[in-house]
Design a protein around this ligand. Structure first.
Ligand SMILES: [Mn+2]
Length: 326
């Protein structure tokens, strides 16, 4: 582990002292889990186990299949201990918990996250909005628990860092991101294996969905806004599964003229999930906040209920156009 390092976050210090005081943990991840919520929760659970504590992550059977082994290895076995301490990891808002986790929300005792707009109702919020991924906080916590970084924990941290930075490309990358990734690599994280599996190789069905989405791009404001959507009917027609649909939003900000990329996914006939990615100056979180959502300055989201896909498309386009001139 690091002999000298940049100052760790307040979030990591308060989380580490809280974690030291308790013994049986159930960690909660957000719905439609990404590599940060999964990798961070997995790494934290493993680290707590290395401290001799009991720690589980509540499984997500709907997760993309690459994440299922992570969930399986830290899933609760048999009856849960009665004195569980609930902790959310990378969950920006209680509304983002999967439906089977919502019942635990009132019992959450600690929030570990990097979303500025964190809205989970909890007394202890360990939020470092400067961290590129929640995994940066987890790395610091592991250090503060006086644990050597094991290859297992390092693997979860590396996956999470890689995911939330688009393979270390996004504007959220800071010196700590690469320093902690380097430490994770030195500790045995399979950097190429993870990059290959999660980012470089894609199933034929995924390629088909991506080309369909790109072919359907619509440009507004002289190309400064790119929008794409996928309906339930299109998902059914392409036989697409969750693995084929997640993370499509990042495609919308690729066109070189585009400042705001918007991806809409029809979740139900009257419910639309909107993901916004911005290039250099528009605040994606502020745009999504207009619809009750939030996230980060370059990547954010919201869900529009009682709204059709077409209505949502128009609503978000109008707000996006306004945000260009702010
Ligand atoms: Mn994250």
């Amino acid at each position: 582990m690091l002999s000298s390092h940049p100052a760790f976050s307040e979030a990591a210090y308060s989380a580490a002292s809280f974690l030291k005081e308790h013994d049986n943990f159930l960690l909660l991840t957000h719905a439609h889990p990404d590599g940060d919520t999964v990798g961070s929760a997995f790494a934290l659970a493993m680290a707590l186990r290395e401290c001799g504590k009991t720690a589980y992550v509540l499984p997500d059977p709907l997760s993309r299949k690459d994440f299922l082994p992570y969930f399986a290895s830290v899933a609760p076995e048999g009856d849960l201990p009665s004195d569980l301490t609930l902790v959310t990891v990378d969950v920006a808002d209680g509304a983002l918990l999967p439906e089977w986790s919502v019942k635990y929300l009132p019992e959450v005792k600690c929030v570990i996250d990097h979303h500025t707009s964190n809205r989970v109702d909890c007394a202890l919020k360990c939020v470092d909005s400067k961290a590129a991924a929640t995994a940066e906080i987890i790395f610091e916590i592991v250090h503060l628990l006086d644990l050597p970084l094991s290859a297992t924990v390092a693997g979860g941290i590396y996956m999470a860092l890689m995911t939330d930075t688009g393979c270390f490309k996004y504007s959220n990358v800071r010196p700590q991101t690469l320093l902690y990734a380097s430490e994770a690599l030195a500790a045995g994280a399979d950097a190429f294996g993870l990059a290959r599996k999660l980012f470089m190789k894609k199933a034929p069905a995924r390629m088909k969905v991506e080309s369909h989405v790109i072919a359907g791009f619509r440009y507004f404001a002289e190309g400064k806004i790119t929008m794409a959507s996928i309906s339930l009917a299109e998902i059914a027609a392409m036989n697409a599964i969750e693995d084929d649909i997640g993370g499509l939003a990042s495609l919308t900000v690729i066109p070189e003229t585009t400042e705001i990329g918007i991806f809409l996914r029809e979740m139900a006939p009257d419910e639309v999930k909107v993901s916004v990615r911005t290039d250099t100056y528009v605040d994606a979180a502020a745009l999504c906040a207009k619809f009750g959502g939030g996230g980060h300055v370059r990547a954010a989201g919201c869900t529009l209920k009682n709204t059709t896909l077409e209505e949502a498309f128009t609503l978000i386009r109008e707000e996006a156009e306004k945000s260009l001139s702010c």
